[in-house]
Design a binder for this molecule. Structure first.
Ligand SMILES: Nc1ncnc2c1ncn2[C@@H]1O[C@H](COP(=O)(O)OP(=O)(O)OP(=O)(O)O)[C@@H](O)[C@H]1O
Ligand SMILES: [Mg+2]
Length: 305
């Protein structure tokens, strides 16, 4: 599969206030690497605060990495000009805040076409509405006159307006009712036919099960496990992946053994493995070091391997 996007050794440090004058560094991401193939859906799963949105923002250039780089079609993201937004677009979690409430649907969708001076805007807007399964009559409405699912379809249409190579979707179904989630996820599956690659960010393993080709598991800013969906789901290697899967309903629960975990940590250690405070299999070396290995094509960051 042709590689479209590559994320190499990304680290992101934020400075947090400690007292009135002091600030301390906080690693939101540490040495995260993965790639995205043409037409592929890579699911990135992790709990709140694991660094998912930070990765999304770095990929769409809303944040700069402290270390590491993003490459689009082999070229560094930061070496592109404005045309980068043509190739890489984003869908946010909540369309109530990501769509301008004062604009009509047709203007929201055609805004990127305007920016990049694309001709035949009306025809393109019609095609895009069709692509996201919205009827043309909605074009004249404003976001407040749409359902949550319809709003998210508008956000997806806007993200597709310029025929991107990559769509980054940051929790695109988290704000929606379960009944409309599946329909939205189907849209991402349809993008594969057009060769569009999707980075699908979620905290919900069921979303991954339904649509992803590969899955990356993020925790405390570290990518713990990365591999084909079936392999990771059927035989998780990292203790944290095992824990995540033990909380997902499956057809054959006997196949998945829950892992005993302690309470969530108050703070994540900055050295070694961030999962140490919760890991029942932690060894003393995990306090200060974290190995990354490749096993049968899967990448695992864990000192057990
Ligand atoms: N601008 C910022 N300044 C300081 N800390 C930040 C900033 N942005 C994010 N963080 C911290 O970085 C960590 C990762 O945040 P991020 O938003 O990437 O997590 P997430 O996985 O998207 O979480 P959620 O599921 O809640 O959306 C969090 O601890 C967050 O508080
Ligand atoms: Mg987030």
């Amino acid at each position: 599969m042709r590689e479209v996007l590559k994320v190499e050794s990304l680290s992101k440090v934020f400075f947090r206030k400690k007292g009135i004058f002091r600030k301390e560094p906080f690693y939101a991401l540490r040495d995260v690497s993965f790639s995205l193939g043409e037409g592929e859906i890579l699911g990135l799963v992790g709990e709140s605060g694991s660094g998912k949105s930070t990765i999304a923002k770095i990929i769409v250039r809303l944040e700069k990495p402290t270390e590491g780089s993003v490459y689009l079609m082999g070229k560094e993201a930061r070496s592109f000009g404005k045309e980068y937004t043509k190739y890489v677009s984003i869908v946010f979690q909540d369309p109530r805040t990501s769509l301008n409430p004062r604009m009509k649907v047709k203007d929201i969708i055609s805004e990127p076409l305007e920016v990049h001076r694309v001709p035949n805007k009306e025809e393109r807007v019609r095609d895009l509405l069709k692509k996201v399964h919205l009827s043309e009559e909605l074009a004249q409405r404003k976001p407040e006159d749409l359902s949550g699912g319809q709003r998210q379809r508008v956000a997806i249409a806007r993200a597709l307006a310029l025929n991107p190579k990559v769509v980054v979707a940051d929790e695109p179904t988290a704000s929606l009712d379960a009944s409309v989630r599946v329909g939205i996820l189907e849209l991402f599956l349809n993008l594969k036919e057009d060769g569009i690659s999707t980075l699908l960010i979620t905290h919900d393993m069921r979303v991954i099960e339904r649509v992803a080709d590969r899955v990356g598991v993020l925790y405390g800013g570290r990518l713990f496990e990365l591999g084909n969906k079936e392999e990771v789901l059927n035989s998780p290697m990292h203790p944290y992946t095992k824990f995540l899967l033990s909380s997902v309903p499956v057809k054959h629960p006997k196949d998945r053994k829950p892992v005993d975990l302690e309470e969530a940590p108050q703070s994540i250690p900055q050295k070694g493995c961030p999962f140490v405070p919760r890991c029942s299999e932690a060894k003393s070396e995990c306090e200060y070091t974290l190995r990354r290995v490749r096993i049968d094509g899967r990448i695992v960051q864990c000192n057990l391997y």
